[in-house]
Design a protein around this ligand. Structure first.
Ligand SMILES: Nc1nc2c(c(=O)[nH]1)N[C@H]1C(S)=C(S)[C@@H](COP(=O)(O)OP(=O)(O)OC[C@H]3O[C@@H](n4cnc5c(=O)[nH]c(N)nc54)[C@H](O)[C@@H]3O)O[C@H]1N2
Ligand SMILES: Nc1nc2c(c(=O)[nH]1)N[C@H]1C(S)=C(S)[C@@H](COP(=O)(O)OP(=O)(O)OC[C@H]3O[C@@H](n4cnc5c(=O)[nH]c(N)nc54)[C@H](O)[C@@H]3O)O[C@H]1N2
Ligand SMILES: [Mo]
Length: 767
């Protein structure tokens, strides 16, 4: 049942002195200036600056330091004093081909990009251009294309104002090809949750955290990925709430936490135990676990009924608010414990113990992340968690709900303001009316379809508002070849990354201001807004000097491209909008009046203003107008059959990275230091496979689609992980993920269950 952390590597608690050391090492590594420490003090507070790291909400009652280890790292990394200037590119050894041998870490460590650059094929390097030349060059390459041959990608960094205009640019140009980083992330939520509760986003708000009696964590790792979550969790534990975790590996933040903001805790080292139960299920085993837990709830309800006790299932809620109940509970009754145990890797007793906590709690929050979304049946994972919550009416009342934890700081908001490849999600008629354009009505491509289009040669131009798509997507090797065949690649970026190193025929790097910098425009210094995981909108004001006079804001870059590419149109006032972002917020409010009422007036409210969410009020915007119970057609979320020698690979994040940005090589929570080239495997599996710890191994993707996918040079490391499941780092493993392996409903790549074989490296090299 409750499993202690007795793995060979024994990291200290999350938070505590370890986190301060982690921050200090980035400070040294990125050569941030001492003044950047002052910026940390302004993070996530009203009229401060919203952290560029994750989308965890900002409490209205903030503390003196409302930032975490990773927010501090992201901030210091962006505020580095290193600069990647035109002189960098002029050095003999810095050809684009040579830079492909650099690590992700070293590429970004060259510092902030300072000047717009154009790729020069003759010398194989980027050379400086003026902004006007860059915009004219981009327009010349885009204009001859069929609009659907171009893709406008966004990573979830840019604020709501720039994002709204970016979507407008794409539609006025003629395409809904607006994929976003969430296509690799929580698209499973956007599609799967909408289907069952009619909301594409989580249903809880900040106050619910303080009222929940129990939290269930399925595949989300707050210690690394949303560390400020640990504070409300600690408070919940202090008042007696229970936490139950399902995760194939031990994540330290879910084990124990020392609050770095508590002097007593820091000096005494007194850690709070986070999880009361920690269940190490197999990767892909969540459907079985959730079915087992629901089975226990149904049994308990039956027993209560026959004993004349209070019901366990909230039948009044089920009756009034849901559909599909009868079929679902029939599947619970039919479910076989032997199968559940086999599919989950847990015992019946483990699952019953978790269900006991669920049943005893009046108010429950179900938290999840990539461990549920990045699977072939990811949407079913999400629907199963919703089933569990619906049984006891745990959605749409105080202290209860569904809490997908989002990644990038504005990833959710970008979707809210129109960065969407699905036409029906956007009020196109209204937009056409407002701007005198004709938006296309056909759906655009998501990330997987964009990659397929690249490989097929039907996508010929890519504009990227942030991100490092080439490194983030599956089938990376095939992508590199396809990416460089395009007519045009445009990257709006803050730092150098691998996506810059496979330039199309025409290629531009456009450096932008970061959120911490002063954004001076015609009407004065501008602020921007973002939306967090709880649908709260927050204003953010940059106060630091720009990295270089030659960089532009993201909004100004979008407007610059638009002016060069689009025909003249009196209603598209790019120059006015660039001069005053408040005008763009007025447009957003006009387009989405319910969500953004009095936008300019409310943007600096403490904790942000709430955009609202039907499911939070028990208004279900589903086809049936009710919340939906889903009868599972599968018992695991994996898209392939088990076979001898075939393992389920889950791709990991370290606490020393933010996605493809690798801050360093110290993953103290996983106990891995100095390298990322490791393969974590159960010691019994290592022996059974005839391998030995410390040996160098190679992973080979075990599919028969005719594509050879391999990754070698990995040190085999014995680890406390269930048999049959192995783990290694993202993004390095992306060469192994087939583009065709994705959630069936949303096409989110199945990065948490990739079928692999493992061989000794030398053997395979000789083969
Ligand atoms: N420091 C840091 N912070 C980040 C990021 C980062 O890279 N670094 N990335 C940001 C982004 S974009 C995102 S989307 C979020 C991601 O944050 P998370 O959603 O937490 O994502 P991961 O760490 O990829 O995976 C979450 C957990 O799922 C577990 N897991 C894997 N497979 C399974 C499974 O089959 N079942 C269950 N139950 N668990 C499983 C893993 O062990 C891991 O602990 O974080 C954001 N914040
Ligand atoms: N195997 C595997 N693959 C995965 C995942 C996984 O868990 N496993 N996770 C997936 C997930 S959840 C996500 S979200 C994607 C991430 O995919 P992306 O969002 O495309 O990638 P990032 O690494 O976040 O992008 C980093 C780059 O963004 C740029 N940047 C940083 N800040 C800014 C800014 O303020 N403005 C602009 N314009 N640019 C900026 C910098 O140039 C930096 O190099 O990867 C996905 N891929
Ligand atoms: Mo993400």
């Amino acid at each position: 049942m409750t499993k202690r952390n007795d793995l060979p590597h024994s990291p200290g608690p999350a938070g505590g002195w370890g986190s301060l050391k982690g921050i200090a090492s980035i400070f040294g590594e990125s050569w941030s200036s001492p003044a950047s420490i002052a910026t940390l003090g302004q993070l996530n507070k009203p009229k401060g600056v919203m952290c560029v790291s994750c989308a965890w909400p900002k409490p209205a009652n903030y503390s003196a330091f409302e930032f975490c280890e990773n927010g501090a790292k992201a901030t210091l990394w962006e505020l580095t004093s290193a600069r990647c200037t035109p002189e960098f590119w002029a050095k003999d050894e810095h050809t684009v081909s040579a830079l492909r041998d650099w690590t992700d870490h070293n590429l970004e460590k060259t510092g902030r990009l300072t000047h717009p650059m154009r790729y020069d094929a003759a010398t194989d390097r980027y050379v400086e251009v003026t902004w006007d030349e860059a915009f004219a060059g981009i327009a010349a390459a885009l204009k001859p294309l069929e609009p659907n041959e171009a893709v406008f990608y966004a990573s979830g960094h840019a604020g709501l104002e720039a994002s709204y205009l970016y979507a407008l640019l794409a539609r006025a140009y003629g395409t809904n090809n607006l994929p976003q980083s969430s296509n690799m992330c929580h698209e499973t939520t956007s599609v799967g949750l909408t289907k069952v509760i009619g909301s594409p986003v989580g249903t809880i708000v900040w106050e619910d955290l303080a009222q929940a009696d129990a939290f269930f964590f399925f595949g989300q790792n707050p210690g690394t990925n949303s560390p400020r979550f640990l504070h409300p969790l600690k408070e919940a534990k202090d008042r007696g709430a229970k936490i139950v975790t399902f995760n194939p590996i031990i994540e330290q933040g879910l084990v124990s936490f020392v609050d770095p903001q508590s002097p007593v805790a820091m000096l005494t080292g007194k850690a709070t135990t986070i999880s009361d139960q920690y269940h190490q299920l197999k990767a892909g085993g969540d459907i079985a676990v959730l079915l087992g837990m629901c089975k226990c709830v149904v049994e308990a309800d039956d027993a209560a009924k026959s004993a004349g006790k209070a019901e366990v299932i909230d039948h009044a809620f089920v009756e009034q608010h849901t559909t599909g109940f009868d079929a679902f509970i029939a599947s619970c009754r039919d479910a076989d414990w032997g199968e559940i145990a086999h599919e989950s890797g847990l015992t019946e007793a483990d699952i019953r113990a978790a269900a006991d906590v669920y049943i005893a709690a009046e108010r429950v929050i179900g938290v999840y992340g990539m461990g549920l979304t990045q699977h072939a049946h990811g949407a079913l994972n999400v629907a199963m968690l919703v089933n569990l919550l619906l049984l006891r009416g745990n959605i749409g009342r105080p202290g209860a709900g569904c809490c997908p934890v989002r990644g990038h700081s504005n990833v959710q908001g970008q979707r809210t303001v129109g960065i969407a490849e699905k036409a029906h999600l956007v009020p196109l008629e209204k937009i056409d009316d407002m701007f005198g354009i004709t938006s296309p009505r056909d759906d655009g491509v998501n990330v997987v379809e964009a990659v397929e289009g690249l490989i097929a040669g039907t996508v010929r131009a890519f504009v990227c508002l942030g991100g490092n798509l080439l490194r983030a997507v599956p089938d990376q090797q095939r992508m590199e070849q396809a990416w460089a065949k395009q007519d045009l690649t445009v990257m709006v970026s803050t730092k150098l990354n691998r996506s810059h190193l496979y330039p199309g025929k025409h290629a531009y790097i456009l450096p932008c201001l970061g959120r911490y910098e002063i954004d001076a425009q015609a009407s004065g210094n501008q602020s921007v807004t973002t939306e967090d995981s709880f649908s709260m909108i927050n204003g953010s004001i940059g106060r630091r000097a720009p990295v270089s006079e030659a960089v532009k804001s993201e909004l100004a870059i979008v407007a610059g491209i638009a002016e060069a590419v689009l025909p003249a149109n009196d209603k598209l006032k790019w120059a006015d909008w660039t001069g005053d972002y408040g005008l763009v917020r007025d447009l957003i409010e006009e387009t989405y009046p319910e969500d953004f009422r009095d936008y300019n007036g409310r943007m600096f409210e403490a904790g942000g203003f709430y955009r609202g969410n039907g499911a939070h009020e028990r208004i279900w915007k589903t086809d049936s107008g009710k919340a939906v119970f889903t009868t599972p057609g599968e018992l695991n979320s994996v898209g392939f059959k088990d076979a001898p020698g075939r393992y389920r690979l889950m791709t990991l994040r370290s606490n020393d990275q933010f996605n493809t940005t690798i801050y360093g090589y110290s993953d103290r929570f996983h106990g891995i230091e100095g390298t990322r080239d490791v393969l974590l495997m159960n010691p019994e599996d290592i022996i059974a496979a005839g391998l030995s710890e410390g040996q160098t191994v190679r992973m080979i993707t075990d599919t028969d689609d005719g594509v050879d996918r391999q990754l070698g040079g990995l040190t085999l490391t014995g680890y406390r992980i269930p048999r049959g499941t192995v783990a290694s780092y993202y993004p390095e493993c992306n060469v192994l993920v087939p583009i065709g392996l994705h959630d069936e409903m949303s096409k989110t790549p199945a990065s948490k269950s990739v079928p692999v074989r493992i061989v000794a490296d030398a053997v395979s090299a000789a083969a």
